[in-house]
Design a protein around this ligand. Structure first.
Ligand code: MG
Length: 132
């Protein structure tokens, strides 16, 4: 599994890395929205696509909700949709209905509210059939 982690906070990033490392082959880290967009676009252009993006919402330069829309737009330009599209899970301290609804409207696949634990992350990945 090829993963992109988008997280600006150093402590949250360490935690998510620690949880994801044993589960995946390779992961990239982006500390702001523009780096994340660059990683994602490149992964599509170079056909080395991510299976999963773990996407924070409050980020410098471009927020996670905007990024989510940009990622789906980019996939659309290449005709990637439905089952073939990347699984995107929002990981945010913002757990209000407005943000959650917006994220699903923008076609995220899951939503984890911080703080979360290993079990919740694993459950989410199982639900998305990324791990068994
Ligand atoms: Mg953040």
């Amino acid at each position: 599994m090829n993963v992109l982690i988008v997280e600006d906070d150093a402590v949250s990033r360490k935690l998510i890395e620690m949880l994801i490392k044993p589960l995946v082959k390779k992961y990239d880290l982006a500390k702001d929205g523009l780096i994340a967009l660059d990683f994602f676009n490149k992964s599509i252009d170079e056909e080395n696509r991510y299976d999963l993006v773990l996407l924070d919402i409050m980020l410098p330069k471009m927020d996670g909700q905007t990024l989510l829309q940009e990622f789906r737009k980019k996939e659309k330009t290449k005709g990637i949709c439905g089952k073939n599209s990347c699984k995107i899970v929002m990981v945010s301290a913002l757990g209000d209905a407005g943000n959650i609804m917006e994220a699903f409207k923008n076609q995220c696949d899951g939503y984890l509210t911080k703080p979360y634990n290993k079990k919740q992350l694993i459950e989410e990945l199982k639900k998305l059939e990324l791990i068994s």
